[in-house]
Structures are given as structure tokens and as C-alpha cells.
Ligand binder design. Structure first.
Ligand code: NAP
Ligand code: GDP
Length: 318
């Protein structure tokens, strides 16, 4: 029996994996989803007890301090330290407990700032990250270094995936630390709840010009499960929509405004930061393995997420 422990199992990606696995569980698999209430992974002893209790054979390591551009800019040190502790505790405790496979999560926002496009998996360590999120980036890059070390010294198959920007149900919608899609959804919801009228102003932070690739959390969940079951390499793999699916923040804001049927005006606050202009990543490696994988169309995924948010507003992470 394979016992799969999912850290960060209560978050955006973890809840999507729970959702997919409900219909795709194999007979030889037992899945365990844990959040910060079950163990503080930044604490070694707490991590040790968790592994001792569940005795996993496989780990999907999603737990992390995660946040949008503005939270990263103001908390680089916390992102660095919390994530270094969590990653080291999870990987080393997995090794001590003979876990056969660990899949950890990097992100396309950890790549070098000055780089040629499209970005691919070989470029993770080729230069300093963007100054807005150097703490998160360096902590995440160290996962790849550790994975190589666990392979070289101990023959372990500990690998990583590199998702582009993710969105979907169970995201973090809190105004202070959310990513752009949940942040804008929360603002539109609040604007519309007391009357969706023409005098309302929907403010988007920055110029609206930066470009991003967005993956629906359900699609990412399917791909991470595939990596756990089928991908047999320590080398990271980018899990992203195609390059042609890249959107400007203004396109995202317009799609959201249309989905909410927003009747007011859209304004851009150009005094706020844009962050990295783009981080266009190639999914050619993924496409070699899964040429026919169908990503959910962006508008459909946004509609499903908005519908979920409106229905679950009271229980959502606001
Ligand atoms: P999320 O929704 O913020 O969830 C974070 C998860 O980590 C939660 O389950 C949280 O538990 C858990 N956690 C945080 N601190 C912990 C601690 N000290 N001990 C134990 N658990 C802790 O994040 P997400 O968006 O799903 O991200 C999942 C992974 O994908 C992360 O590794 C992230 O870096 C990566 N990623 C995300 C994006 C994105 O756009 N969101 C893009 C690329 C990569 P509680 O909720 O129970 O507190
Ligand atoms: P990033 O991909 O790591 O930069 O993550 P974000 O999702 O935080 O931000 C993406 C882009 O959206 C940046 O160019 C921001 O300036 C822009 N943006 C516009 N409005 C918002 C907002 O309300 N919250 C966040 N986080 N970003 C916003």
C-alpha cells in the first residue's frame, strides 16, 4: 500500500488534489491531507511526530508560506526563513523515514529576473531572482539543490514541479496577502454586494501590463498526481499552460469584471508595483510526456472559481 501524505493539504492546491483524488483514487493508495493544525512543519519535532504517526511512503510537499507580490515585498525575510525550515524538515524527515518519493513545489516566479524567454527547467539557478520576492525564491531554489543532494548521497527520488500562477476554489482571498485573481475577485465581490451600479470603481493595482500564465488548480492537481505516479526524475518539471495562453493583468481584470457582470469602471493604480514584467515559461517538457493534456479554458475556470466564491463567501479565506 502506498501511503501518500500531502502537506499543505488544506490550501488552494491541496484542496484541488483532494477534489481530483475523490474520483481517481487507486486501490493501492491511501491519501492523507494535512494542514498547519496537524503539524507545524517549521518545527522539526512536530514534523517528526507527523511522519511517525502516518508512516508515509510518498509525500506531496505543498506546505509553504505563500503570498502575492505585495506580501512578498514587505516580508522577504519571513518568506526565506519559514520556507527554508519547512522544506528542510519535510525533506530530511522523509529521508529519515525511508519515504521513497517526494514531490515538492517550486514556482515560475523563482526564475532569474534577467533571462531569455521562454524559460525552461534548466534555468532555475542562472541568476538573481526579481528583487520583489528574493526570500521566497531562494528558499524554493534550495529545494532543487537538496533534491540533487538526496539523490547523489542517498539515491533518493525527491523531485519538484514548477507551476505557473495558480487560481481556483479555496484560494486565499484576503486583501493583504492574496495573489492577483483572488485579490481582484474579493474586491469585485465587495463592490457588487451592496448594489452593482455604474458609479462603482474597480481598482486594479499596477499598470495592468504585466503578463502571466495562469493554471486552474484542478488542472494542476491532475498534473501533480501524474508526477507522483509516473515521473521518475529528480530534475524539476514546469507545470504550466501553453505560452499562447499568457494573459495581461488587464485581460484578467476585464474577464473578472465580465464574469461578475460589473457595471462600473475599471481603473489602474499606477502608483502600485507591477512586479516582474513577465516570466513566460515553456511547457515543452510536460508536452513531451502528455501531448494531449487538456487545460480548462481560462474563462471557464474563472467562472467556476467565481461561482464557488459567491456560494462559499462566508467560509472562504477572506
Ligand atoms: P496556500 O493556499 O497558501 O496553502 C498553504 C498551505 O501550507 C496550507 O495548507 C497551510 O496550512 C500550509 N502551511 C503553511 N504554513 C505551515 C506550517 N508552518 N506547517 C504546516 N503547514 C503549513 O498555498 P497554495 O497556493 O496552495 O500553494 C501550494 C504550493 O504551491 C506552495 O508550495 C506554493 O509555493 C506553490 N505555488 C503556488 C502558486 C500560486 O499561485 N498559489 C504558484 C506556484 C507555486 P493551513 O491552511 O492549515 O494553515
Ligand atoms: P506575481 O505573479 O508573483 O507577481 O503575483 P501576484 O498574483 O501577486 O501579482 C501579479 C500581478 O498582478 C502584478 O503585476 C500586480 O501588480 C498585479 N495586481 C493587480 N492588482 C492586484 C491585486 O489586487 N493583488 C495582487 N497581488 N496583485 C495585483
Amino acid at each position: 500500500m502506498n501511503v501518500v501524505l500531502v502537506t499543505g493539504g488544506t490550501g488552494l492546491v491541496g484542496r484541488a488534489i483532494q477534489n481530483v483524488i475523490e474520483n481517481d483514487k487507486r486501490e493501492n493508495e491511501k491519501w492523507i491531507f494535512i494542514g498547519s493544525k496537524d503539524a507545524d512543519l517549521s518545527d522539526k519535532e512536530s514534523t517528526r511526530k507527523l511522519f511517525e504517526h502516518h508512516k508515509p511512503t510518498h509525500v506531496i510537499h505543498l506546505a509553504a508560506m505563500v503570498g502575492g507580490l505585495f506580501h512578498n515585498m514587505s516580508h522577504n525575510l519571513d518568506f526565506l526563513r519559514n520556507n527554508i525550515y519547512m522544506n528542510d524538515n519535510v525533506l530530511h524527515t522523509a529521508h529519515e523515514n525511508n519515504v521513497v518519493k517526494v514531490v515538492s513545489c517550486l514556482s515560475t516566479c523563482i526564475f532569474p529576473d534577467k533571462i531569455s524567454y521562454p524559460i525552461d527547467e534548466t534555468m532555475v539557478h542562472n541568476g538573481p531572482p526579481h528583487s520583489s520576492n528574493y526570500g521566497y525564491s531562494h528558499a524554493k531554489r534550495l529545494i532543487d539543490i537538496a533534491n540533487r543532494g538526496y539523490y547523489d548521497q542517498h539515491g533518493r527520488l525527491y523531485t519538484s514541479v514548477i507551476p505557473c500562477n495558480v487560481f481556483g476554489p479555496h484560494d486565499n482571498f484576503h486583501p493583504n496577502d492574496s495573489h492577483v485573481i483572488p485579490g481582484l475577485m474579493r474586491r469585485l465581490y465587495d463592490l457588487c454586494k451592496d448594489g452593482n451600479t455604474e458609479d462603482k470603481v474597480f481598482t486594479v493595482l499596477g499598470s495592468g501590463k504585466p503578463l502571466r500564465q495562469f493554471i486552474y488548480s484542478i488542472d494542476l492537481a491532475k498534473l501533480i498526481i501524474w508526477v507522483l505516479r509516473e515521473y521518475e526524475s529528480v530534475e524539476p518539471i514546469i507545470l504550466s499552460v501553453d505560452e499562447a495562453q499568457e494573459k495581461s493583468i488587464a485581460q484578467v481584470a476585464e474577464t473578472l469584471a465580465q464574469t461578475f457582470n460589473f457595471k462600473g469602471k475599471v481603473m489602474y493604480d499606477t502608483s502600485a508595483a507591477d512586479g516582474q514584467f513577465k516570466k513566460t515559461a515553456s511547457n515543452a517538457k510536460l508536452r513531451k510526456y502528455l501531448p494531449d493534456f487538456q487545460f480548462t479554458p481560462f474563462e471557464q475556470a474563472i467562472k467556476e472559481t467565481v461561482d464557488w466564491y459567491i456560494k462559499n463567501y462566508d467560509q472562504a479565506r477572506n
